[in-house]
Design a protein around this ligand. Structure first.
Ligand code: R5P
Length: 300
C-alpha cells in the first residue's frame, strides 16, 4: 500500500509514517484564477497498486467545493486511468451540512457527495461524518472513524478537575456521554432549534450553578460558531470558572451576524478552543492520524 497526498500537507506524510508504508507526493498549486493544479510525482509507481489517497481542507476560508472537486478529479484518474485500488481518506467530508431532507424538493448534498466519491473509491474513510450512521449510510464501501476518541485522549491529558461536559444540542449527546464516562464527569445538554429560513438558532435549557467548576463543551462541527457561542454564554451565566470548547471539525467560517470569524467569536468570549486536524486550522491541536491509522490497520 502507498499513501498518496499533497506534498504541502503534513497530514498524509504522518499517516504513511504511522502505518509504516511508502508515501507518494502530489504536486499541488493554484492557478491565478484559483483553480487547482494536481500532478502525481511518481505517476508510474501508482499504476495498478493499492493506494490510500488523502485529502483535507483548511480553515479559516474552508472551501468545500474545492475539496470535493479536487478529490473527485484525483480519484477518477487513480481509479479510471491508473486502475488502482483506492482507499480514500477524507477526514472531513464536504457538504455535510445538508444531511437530511427538511423540505420537499431539497437535494441531500451529503448523500450526493458521498455517492459520487464512492463511485471512484473502493473504500471511503471519513471522521465523525454528520449523522450518517443514524441515516444508515454506512455500508461496505464506507468507514466512519469516531473522532470522539481523539477528543477523549486529549482531554485526559489536560487533567481537568471534575468538569461538567455539555452537549450544545441533542446530536452531541452520545459523544458527550463517552467523554464524561472517560473523565468521570457529569453531563448536561441544551436544546437547539435552527430556523430553516434564516439559519438562526434558538437554544433552550439552563445549566445548574457551576461555581468553581470547569465546563467542557463538545460538538462535532464548529462552522459559524453560533451553536458554541450560545453554549458558552450559558456557561458564563452559570458561573463556570473555565470554559473549553472541543470540536472534531474546525470548519470556522465567517459569522455574518457578528461580523467576525467563528475562531475570534469563541476566543473573544474567553473560552479555550480546540479541534482535531480533520481540517487544518489554527486550533487543530488534536491529531486524528493515529485513529485513522488504527482503523486502516484493523480493516486490512
Ligand atoms: C449540528 O447539528 C452540528 O452538530 C453543529 O452543532 C453545527 O454544525 C454547528 O454549526 P454552527 O457553528 O454554524 O452553529
Amino acid at each position: 500500500m502507498i499513501v498518496v497526498g499533497k506534498e504541502n500537507d503534513e497530514f498524509s506524510k504522518q499517516l504513511a509514517k504511522e502505518l509504516g508504508i511508502e508515501y507518494s507526493p502530489i504536486e499541488h498549486k493554484l492557478f491565478p484564477d484559483n483553480e487547482s493544479y494536481i500532478r502525481f510525482q511518481n505517476y508510474d509507481g501508482l499504476k495498478e497498486k493499492e493506494l490510500i489517497f488523502v485529502n483535507r481542507g483548511e480553515s479559516p476560508n474552508f472551501n468545500p467545493d474545492k475539496l470535493l472537486i479536487e478529490t473527485l478529479f484525483t480519484l477518477k484518474k487513480l481509479k479510471g486511468e491508473y486502475k488502482s485500488k483506492i482507499y480514500c481518506v477524507l477526514p472531513y467530508i464536504p457538504y455535510a451540512r445538508q444531511d437530511k431532507k427538511f423540505k420537499r424538493g431539497e437535494v441531500v448534498s451529503l448523500r450526493e457527495a458521498r455517492d459520487s466519491l464512492k463511485e471512484y473509491s473502493d473504500l471511503l474513510i471519513n471522521v465523525s461524518a454528520h449523522d450518517f450512521r443514524s441515516e444508515g449510510w454506512v455500508d461496505e464501501k464506507t468507514y466512519n472513524v469516531d473522532g470522539t476518541y481523539a477528543i477523549i485522549d486529549f482531554m485526559e491529558k489536560q487533567k481537568y478537575e471534575k468538569p461538567l461536559i455539555l452537549a450544545p444540542d441533542m446530536t452531541a449527546t452520545n459523544s458527550v456521554l463517552m467523554i464524561a464516562e472517560a473523565l468521570d464527569a457529569g453531563t448536561e445538554s441544551l436544546i437547539k432549534r435552527r430556523s430553516l429560513e434564516t439559519g438562526m438558532i434558538i437554544t433552550g435549557g439552563k445549566l445548574p450553578s457551576l461555581n468553581d467548576q470547569e465546563l467542557i463543551i463538545y460538538d462535532d462541527i464548529a462552522s459559524t460558531g453560533n451553536t458554541l457561542y450560545k453554549a458558552v454564554e450559558r456557561g458564563k451565566e452559570a458561573g463556570a470558572k473555565k470554559i473549553v470548547c472541543a470540536v472534531v471539525h474546525a470548519v470556522l467560517t465567517y459569522n455574518k451576524d457578528f461580523g467576525k470569524n467563528c475562531l475570534d467569536l469563541i476566543r473573544e468570549q474567553g473560552a479555550e478552543f480546540y479541534a482535531t486536524d480533520t481540517i487544518a486550522s489554527p486550533i487543530s491541536e488534536i491529531s486524528i492520524v493515529p485513529y485513522i491509522a488504527k482503523a486502516i490497520k484493523e480493516r486490512f
